[in-house]
Design a protein around this ligand. Structure first.
Ligand code: SF4
Length: 398
């Protein structure tokens, strides 16, 4: 791609922290040479984190899936089962608490409570579970759910979204994971998630949460057939909301996985498109602090590369993940490998909290933590060596 003077001027402005328009972002996304785009995004990252720009962060967390029953039937989803299907399962509170115990035992600091839109789960269900988790494990941060779940639970309970947020926050929810954003513009959203709330409503509910003091991350699902312009429009909707509330801590794009869902993998984002989006997100979202590279869906080497295209965080050692892995994401890792990936990408790894404080900066490899149970698992019911529930079946980690 040839690089015009105008495009270089836009890159230079964005690299210095200046604001660029959606039209300029789209032009960069389509046409800027890949390395120039990465260089500008990396400069913007270094400027934002001057003094700690040598660090890249990760977190230890566990996804806890409480049910796969879902009435929303998104076309890209390989996780859900129709509520009357024989494939439906739910997890009881004891099982959920055992998984929390294991998370604490392995040094995890955060749980993502994640599941389908169950036809009977209203606000009361989440209040009961969050309160029980917080009572047993006050040290665990509940970073979970998003606008879609809020809309659904409020409808079931006959309350407003605002009341639903107030109540689950009071019960123990610390922050929203920003789930369900998928693609916010109307056309691609209707195509892949026709029964979900509109993108405008997703933004409205997240803004309500932010105003109530419940911050969140924001996400984007790439590669289901959306246009480049629709990708940038998704970013614009997030940036505009962020201008109003400041409540998004991070932006986390990830790629559609093609197995076991109705879209059948007809389209997929390429790794180049993914890296370009990471870079443009860093440049365009001048009001969002953290950009996360997703090695889980794109692979470890792409995760490493993302650290040179504007990302400052490499997500998590996910002690358990069942949603994107159901759709074909096969990449697994462990803490030592994640530290190695970050180091060999030229950064110093640091374990972070949900709010991005550095908990441990791993300056010296000789002092790396060596608990080899801190590994990503698929569909696990117990972690090998975990003492929290020795009676449960262990599913191999890789
Ligand atoms: S993505 Fe969520 S809301 Fe959509 S079908 Fe899957 S579980 Fe249900």
């Amino acid at each position: 791609m040839a690089q015009s003077t105008a495009s270089q001027n836009v890159l230079d402005r964005a690299a210095q922290g200046g604001r660029i328009s959606p039209e300029e972002a789209l032009d960069l996304y389509r046409s800027a040479p890949l390395h120039a785009l990465g260089q500008a995004a990396d400069a913007a990252r270094r400027l934002r984190y001057a003094g700690t720009e040598h660090i890249a962060t990760y977190i230890i967390e566990r996804n806890i899936n409480y049910t796969n029953a879902c009435v929303t039937a998104c076309k890209f989803c390989a996780f859900y089962a129709a509520p009357k299907s024989e494939d439906v399962w739910t997890r009881d509170l004891d099982d959920i608490l055992r998984r929390c115990a294991e998370t604490v035992e392995l040094g995890g600091t955060q749980i993502m409570f994640q599941g389908g839109h169950h036809p009977d789960y209203g606000v009361e269900y989440y209040e009961r579970h969050f309160a029980a988790i917080k009572e047993a494990f006050p040290q665990l941060v509940i970073h979970s759910l998003g606008a879609s779940e809020v809309e659904h639970m409020a409808r079931i309970s006959g309350v407003t979204a605002e009341e639903a947020i107030r109540r689950i926050h009071a019960a123990g929810l610390d922050s929203f994971a920003g789930a369900g954003a998928e693609l916010l513009p109307a056309r691609p959203r209707r195509a892949i998630a026709p029964l979900k709330e509109s993108g405008e409503r997703w933004i409205e509910i997240m803004e309500t949460a932010h105003r109530l003091g419940v911050e969140s991350t924001s996400t984007m699902l790439m590669g289901t057939g959306e246009t480049n312009a629709e990708r940038i429009e998704h970013l614009r909707m997030i940036r505009d909301a962020q201008d109003r509330t400041g409540g998004f801590r991070a932006f986390i794009p990830y790629t559609y996985q093609p197995e076991n869902n109705h879209l059948k993998g007809r389209t997929q984002a390429t790794l180049f498109e993914y890296l370009r989006l990471i870079a443009v997100a860093r440049l365009f979202l001048d009001n969002v602090a953290h950009i996360q590279g997703s090695w889980l869906t794109t692979g470890k080497e792409v995760g490493q590369l993302s650290l040179h295209y504007g990302a400052d965080d490499l997500g998590s050692v996910m002690l358990e993940e069942n949603v994107v892995s159901s759709a074909g994401a096969k990449h697994r890792s462990d803490r030592l490998e994640l530290l190695h990936l970050i180091r060999t990408a030229g950064r110093v790894p640091a374990q972070r909290s949900t709010t991005y404080e550095h908990l441990v900066v791993h300056e010296d490899p000789a002092l790396d933590p060596v608990d080899d149970r801190v590994v990503s698992h698929l569909s696990s019911t117990a972690i090998e060596g975990g003492s929290a529930h020795p009676e449960l079946k262990v599913v191999p980690a890789r």
